[in-house]
Design a protein around this ligand. Structure first.
Ligand SMILES: Cc1cc2nc3c(=O)[nH]c(=O)nc-3n(C[C@H](O)[C@H](O)[C@H](O)COP(=O)(O)O)c2cc1C
Length: 189
């Protein structure tokens, strides 16, 4: 079974990201993946504080070694991203920039959300560009959630509708294909 890490993007108290991440993790687990959710708020990585460029993998700090091992395990990712000031949130950028090779030749699905009408798609565009620089390929198929308050209540319970369920299935079908293909690329040394 392919290992999938579902990674959130926000760390503020009361954040909605984990409620959405929990949902897509459960769906992925019944879709051919062994999926694990990573809440960046719980992971609590400091701002990138490694002295040596991560491409050299000479990690000094225990938090980096653990983060590296977790991402190394993964065959694929799903990023669950909010939109902060028209881009993706800084904690996700920070978590990504800690590592280089661990992201490479692996595919990523994206679930974006916002309280407004645009579903976080502006954040998606910058996230996709940054992932490509690390040789990580973000799929065309996505789940984009607009007007988040329709789907998450005050206790952070997340409910979906038919469109979200359908888009999640389409994205996960594609993610299985890309995961298989990119695993072959990683094994072809
Ligand atoms: C710092 C900050 C910046 C935001 N910027 C945007 C934005 O650019 N576009 C948007 O649609 N919503 C924006 N929002 C509203 C978010 O869509 C909404 O608060 C969402 O729940 C944030 O995700 P989180 O709950 O996981 O933190 C912003 C919220 C915060 C806290």
């Amino acid at each position: 079974m392919y290992k999938l890490k579902v990674i959130t993007s926000t760390v503020r108290p009361g954040r909605k990201g984990p409620a959405i991440a929990k949902w897509i993790t459960e769906v992925a687990n019944s879709h051919g993946f062994e999926a694990e959710m990573i809440d960046l708020g719980e992971l609590n990585l400091p701002l990138m504080n490694e002295p040596v460029h991560p491409a050299l993998k000479q990690y000094e700090h225990e938090h980096t070694k653990q983060w590296s091992a977790k991402i190394e395990q993964a065959d694929a990712f799903i990023f669950v991203t909010a939109e902060y000031d028209y881009s993706y949130p800084a904690p996700l950028k920070n978590a990504i920039e800690y590592l280089v090779h661990e992201w490479a030749y692996k595919p990523s699905g994206i679930v974006s959300y916002s309280i407004g009408p645009f579903a976080g798609v502006r954040a998606v565009m910058s996230l996709k560009t940054d992932l490509l620089s690390l040789k990580n390929v973000a799929l065309a198929e996505m789940v984009n959630i607009p007007q988040l308050n329709q789907f998450v209540d005050e206790d952070n319970n997340f409910t979906t509708d038919e469109r979200l369920d359908k888009n999640a299935k389409i994205m996960l079908d594609q993610l299985v294909r890309w995961t298989k293909g990119m695993k072959a690329i990683r094994e072809d040394k």
